[in-house]
Design a protein around this ligand. Structure first.
Ligand SMILES: [Zn+2]
Length: 500
């Protein structure tokens, strides 16, 4: 029996025999100033082990206290996911050993989550799919192991490991869906759209920066296949910590092909966690995982139950952002986008980026043009998401501003994007440092126009005879002479002036 098939069944073929069933778990780090159960700061990127205290290190006698702001964020998140909010719930200890978890248990919630029974709707290719949310519960993050000496950063091949507990105790919300069954060919895109929408929601709520590239939002993808027409659920695998929207989609596709190959060969799927590999879009075996894993959960005796006042919950409901579907409809009308424009923008995960670029001064069409054109192409080439690119919406608006001011043209703008993405500074600085500004000085342009006329007397004669279309050849000559850095409109005017 093979469980390590490397030859995949092509995606479309797999769907002729199997129905994929998914379940998604998303961890979101809350952006509170302090940790879940202590007053330690939560800043990302601090020196290792500088944001720790006896509570988050689990030292004997240390007593945790619940962070009220984290509870508030959890409730608002639950409400935004259309969940019920528990009137009374407790934290629980999830007992297991892991070197990056100093207490030897994780403070989480078990059978009493703060939020449960919700849903959100996601749009894919013009269809709406309702994803049922089983629960959203509060817990704390673990520390981080750094494996040193190997080539992959994983423990295999490393010669030693270091531990950073700065992340231990950072508030997390885990969102768990019920099983998701959509038409198989849509499954990868639905998974991606769901994760994308959760991110947009978190950002709109202001409860997390939800940066997948920095690990402040991570997705686990559960997937199983069942034969078409069967009610019997197959054995699932859980691909852990997938860290981009694109990777979520690829992980679903890959696991469908892998499961199908094993099932076709009469094998059985091993219930296990899987690692996703960004480099080639494959997964590899993690650790076996059984449904019977016994974490010896029990209610946390050091923390008081959480019993939010219903009036407070209603008050928080009033602070929710506009629901995503209504917001999309409103933005589409404001921007004058067609259904297709809007679908492309949402599908590319660019909605909020476009919103921010417009807020920074660009027109809706130009904001869309750059994010869905040049920048989407770059993200795709680098195998990453738009959000992870080293360029801000304000910088995109600045580049468009330079074009509008005729200081650069579209072609030169591409070089400005390249410079900003390479960390050469703001658009203005890149234009200056790379000498990209278009020449609109009539003296320099006039000389180049004279050379163009001398170079192509036939075209010049045609223009004198009134055939202005012939100017194209002369403009081309000037642009080439000026290495693209000429204002083409002004060049045309000068040619016509000189030849009339
Ligand atoms: Zn602490």
């Amino acid at each position: 029996m093979s469980t390590t098939a490397t030859k995949l069944v092509p995606f479309e073929e797999a769907l002729t025999r199997y129905q994929p069933v998914m379940g998604l778990e998303i961890h979101v780090e809350l952006n509170t100033n302090t940790k879940m159960f202590c007053g330690c700061p939560t800043e990302f990127g601090a020196e290792p082990n500088t944001q720790i205290c006896p509570v988050c290190l689990g030292l004997p006698g240390a007593l945790p206290v619940v962070n009220a702001k984290a509870v508030e964020s959890a409730i608002r998140m639950g409400l935004a996911l259309n969940c019920q909010i528990a009137e009374w719930c407790r934290f629980a200890r999830k007992n297991y050993f892991y070197p990056d978890m100093p207490k030897n248990f994780q403070t989480s919630q078990y059978d009493e989550p703060i939020a449960f029974d919700g849903f959100i709707d996601v749009d894919v290719d013009g269809e709406t799919y309702r994803i049922q949310i089983e629960r959203a519960h509060m817990e704390e993050d673990t520390g981080k192991s750094l494996h040193v000496g190997g080539s992959t950063g994983r423990i295999h091949g490393a010669d030693h490991s270091l531990l950073d507990y700065n992340r231990a105790g950072i508030p997390l919300i885990e969102i768990v869906t019920r099983t998701i069954e959509v038409p198989g060919d849509k499954a990868p895109a639905v998974a991606r759209a769901f994760v994308n929408q959760i991110r947009d929601l978190m950002v709109a709520l202001g409860v997390s920066d939800a940066r997948m590239d920095q690990g402040s939002m991570r997705a686990d993808v559960n997937l199983s296949l069942k034969p078409l027409g069967s009610d019997q659920l197959g054995t699932r695998t859980e691909t852990k910590n997938v860290n981009s929207f694109r990777s979520v989609e690829r992980a679903v596709r890959y696991e469908i092909g892998r499961h199908a190959a094993i099932l076709d060969a009469g094998g059985s799927i091993l219930q296990e966690t899987r690692h996703f590999h960004e480099s080639d879009g494959t997964t590899s075996a993690g650790r076996p995982k059984s449904d019977a894993d016994d974490y010896r959960y029990f209610p946390e005796p050091d923390l008081a139950p959480v019993a939010p006042d219903p009036a407070w919950v209603e008050e928080l409901r009033g602070t929710l952002p506009e629901p995503p579907a209504e917001r999309r409809k409103r933005l589409q009308a404001e921007w004058g986008f067609s259904d297709l424009d809007m679908r492309d923008t949402v599908g590319a995960g660019a909605l909020d980026l476009v919103v921010e670029t417009i807020a920074a001064g660009a027109t809706p069409q130009s904001a869309k043009k750059w994010w869905l054109g040049e920048l989407a192409r770059t993200a795709n080439e680098r195998g990453t998401d738009l959000q992870a690119l080293a360029i801000t919406p304000a910088q995109v608006a600045q580049i468009q501003g330079l074009i509008d001011a005729k200081r650069i043209n579209d072609k030169l703008a591409r070089q400005v994007f390249e410079g900003v993405l390479a960390g050469e500074g703001d658009p203005e600085a890149v234009v200056v440092a790379r000498g990209l500004e278009v020449v609109s000085d009539d003296g320099a342009l006039g000389d180049a126009v004279d050379r163009a006329i001398a170079n192509d007397p036939d075209a010049a004669q045609k223009i004198r005879d009134g055939k202005q279309a012939a100017a194209g050849a002369l403009i081309g000559f000037v642009m080439k002479e000026m290495r693209g850095q000429a204002d083409a409109g002004r060049v045309r005017e000068l040619i016509i002036e000189k030849l009339s």
